[in-house]
Design a protein around this ligand. Structure first.
Ligand code: GCU
Length: 670
């Protein structure tokens, strides 16, 4: 039975014997033109994968000689069409040759070849070439030293801090394999709400042990840092400093020393990730300094090394009159040009906080002199935790493909992030991980597809959600063509279905603390922007947040082309309508329905669609492993119950303001 542990690296035998034989004839041996730990990973992976797919053990030879009918791995400068980490796969004298400029490129090519076979594609005329479009492709783990995960829904942390560094859980290697198979080359192992403990010698040894496991898979380790660590981290030989002011020479020296110490443990350390002056975390503003002052101090400490400083732009103040939507842009755009070249500013995809649907953050495109990385959230904090099935690739793509118009038409967010629009040299895509200690890694087994999709898009943002879903299904679930079609279709529709019963038409944040239960009525909190009513603003006239010139004017942060489309309620796409407009309940929309009727239609059809998802899942039962199938079926049943809960909570609450009946077609018992 399949408990989900093997993810998309399952390598079940290829059932079609003529195809298996054809693959077998081309995979009689594996040979590489050099040895190294990463090349060893590549040959191991090929051997393991081929063993599963073809049911035979393929020998790894030290040299191929004149042999043909095998797989050659070569590190060579003679690959003009690819970049440092790219790969090329081609047939040469009846061998399959995987060429790359670097060992890591060869490893990615090996995984690409396996994927090619796993998805059942022909290898007679093999020519594949691919290069990653973004340099730093990383996961951000929000894991705490006590083993919990902030916003984690798949068990506890993967990292067993209490056992490290002596005991190495074999799972660390499987984690690295899964990431490398997607081209992920970095991991921040601890929470952005960082404990300073991770910077102590005690913990650095543990982190170094993880780095040793990840290195042969081309993965670098990064740490989230607690900005006030110089003050709070004393030890027996030296007390903490009086300040963590980034312009204080002692503080700067402290970070220089600490960075040096980290490199003694981890020579290829990736760098720092910093959440500062955000949600109560300390930062440079505590000393009247700017985000740039803070980031540049760390960059200076990092100067002797290759590492980078990733500074998060997720900031907002508790000002009841301000619009939280505008905060990051207001704080960061004035600093453009002031950051050290080692600094990358990491921006969440949307201006608020990983909502089920958000317009792209207006920071993208508006900091031409500062490399901006993008941060997506794989863990489903606002997408139903590990009980609702939501395939996120369409959410990622919607943002990446959005046009900022900063340099005219076609200035997509993806082009900002991959550096091509402004010529950034440092480029970054980060995903807040959805992994945990659950046997199947992600809690909801289908949520593995979000880890997969993130990795594939970080490598190549031009891939479509559909292609990625198709690959993942074939590699993970089944190769039976009708089942593949059905499941791919289900995945592709899942995000819009969730949005419809949860936050349709630009609603957002209808919950309190835990970010799960519907609480659109929630109005009491120490901060106005931590209430639900702040976001939807329902009243007797209508609903939605006016962000046009008559309201907060957040739209002014976008280019005229974007602004004009969204500022006019007639041309603003319905999925974004209530993000920007306070719309009367009775307003007639392009669908022919009034706003109230449209909202009800979406809440009801969204919840009904979960029934459809259940039916589709039942249909594919014969093609899916029974354990896997039952797990998903159970979660879909919960989702169905909860979708109705969401629908009813919203509709009954909003009805108090709209004072209108639920449209006739929906007035039926469930
Ligand atoms: C969200 C999330 C927090 C997290 C924060 C962040 O607000 O709820 O748990 O710390 O994002 O990204 O920093």
């Amino acid at each position: 039975a399949d408990d989900g542990y093997r993810l998309w690296l399952k390598y079940d035998p290829i059932a079609n014997t003529s195809q298996r034989d054809a693959y077998s004839r081309s995979a009689q041996f594996i040979a590489a033109n050099k040895t190294s730990p990463i090349i060893k990973s590549a040959t191991d992976e090929l051997q393991m994968g081929l063993q599963g797919l073809l049911g035979k053990s393929v020998p790894v030879l030290t040299g191929a000689g004149n042999r043909t009918g095998g797989i050659l791995l070569e590190v060579t400068a003679n690959t003009p069409e690819i970049n440092e980490e790219g790969y090329r796969i081609a047939k040469r004298q009846n061998n399959i040759v995987i060429s790359a400029k670097t060992d890591a490129g060869v490893l990615y090519g090996a995984f690409a070849l396996l994927r090619h076979l796993q998805t059942g594609q022909p290898i007679e005329q093999l020519t594949l070439a691919s290069s990653p479009k973004v340099k730093l492709r990383m996961l951000n783990h929000w894991d705490n030293p006590n083993g919990t995960i902030e916003r984690g829904y798949a068990g506890g942390s993967l990292w067993k801090w209490y056992e490290l560094p002596e005991t190495i859980d074999p799972r660390y290697k499987d984690y690295a394999r899964a990431n490398a198979s997607l081209g992920i080359n970095g991991t921040v192992v601890n929470n952005v709400n960082a404990s300073p403990r991770l910077l102590t010698g005690e913990y650095l040894q543990k982190v170094a042990a993880l780095a040793d496991v990840f290195r042969p898979y081309g993965i670098k380790v990064y740490l989230s840092v607690y900005f006030a660590a110089p003050k709070t981290l004393g030890d027996r030989t030296r007390p903490g400093l009086k300040t963590s002011d980034p312009l204080d020479p002692q503080v700067r020296q402290w970070w220089a020393d600490k960075t040096k110490e980290i490199h003694q443990y981890i020579p290829d350390f990736g760098g720092f990730l910093v959440k500062a002056n955000s949600e109560g975390e300390p930062g440079p503003q505590d000393y009247g300094r700017t985000h740039a002052d803070g980031a540049n101090m760390l960059a200076e400490a990092m100067k002797p090394y290759n590492g980078v400083v990733i500074w998060r732009a997720f900031v907002y103040k508790a000002d009841p009159k301000a619009d939280r939507f505008k905060a990051a842009y207001e704080e960061f755009t004035p600093l453009d040009g002031q950051f050290d070249p080692k600094v990358i500013v990491q921006v969440k995809n949307g201006p608020i906080d990983f909502q089920p649907r958000e317009p792209f953050s207006p920071l993208f495109g508006n900091m031409p002199k500062t490399p901006l990385g993008i941060e997506f959230q794989l863990t489903q904090e606002y997408l139903g935790f590990a009980t609702h099935l939501v395939y996120e690739a369409p959410l990622f793509k919607e943002c990446l493909d959005a046009d900022t118009y900063v340099k005219g038409k076609g200035s997509t967010v993806a082009k900002v992030v991959d550096g091509s629009l402004h010529g950034y040299t440092h480029t970054l895509m980060a995903g807040v991980a959805n992994t945990g200690s659950d046997r199947n890694w992600t809690g909801h087994p289908m949520a593995q597809s979000n880890w997969y999709a993130f990795g594939r898009l970080a490598w190549d943002h031009t891939l479509t959600s559909e292609v990625i879903a198709d690959e993942w299904v074939k590699m993970t679930l089944t190769r039976e063509p009708t089942a593949v079609k059905r499941i791919t279709n289900l995945l592709l529709k899942s995000r819009d279905i969730y949005v419809d019963y949860n936050t349709p038409m630009g609603l957002s944040r209808p919950w309190a603390g835990v970010h799960f239960a519907p609480e659109p009525w929630q109005s009491k909190s120490p901060r106005p922007d931590w209430t639900a009513v702040y976001y939807h603003r329902a009243d007797s006239i209508g609903i939605g947040f006016d962000r046009t010139a008559s309201g907060s004017n957040a739209l002014a942060q976008y280019q005229p082309e974007v602004r004009q489309q969204w500022a006019n309620p007639e041309t603003c796409p319905l999925p974004y309508l209530l993000w920007f407009h306070h719309v009367p309940w009775t307003k007639k929309l392009s669908t022919g329905r009034s706003l109230w009727d449209e909202l009800c239609t979406r809440f009801y059809t969204g919840a009904d669609s979960v029934r459809w998802m259940q039916q589709e899942w039942t249909q594919v039962k014969p093609a899916i492993d029974p354990v896997f199938h039952a797990d998903v079926a159970g979660r879909l049943a919960t989702q169905q119950r909860e979708a109705i809960w969401w629908r009813d909570a919203w509709v009954l609450y909003l009805q108090e303001y709209a004072r209108q009946p639920i449209p006739a077609p929906f007035k039926k018992p469930d």
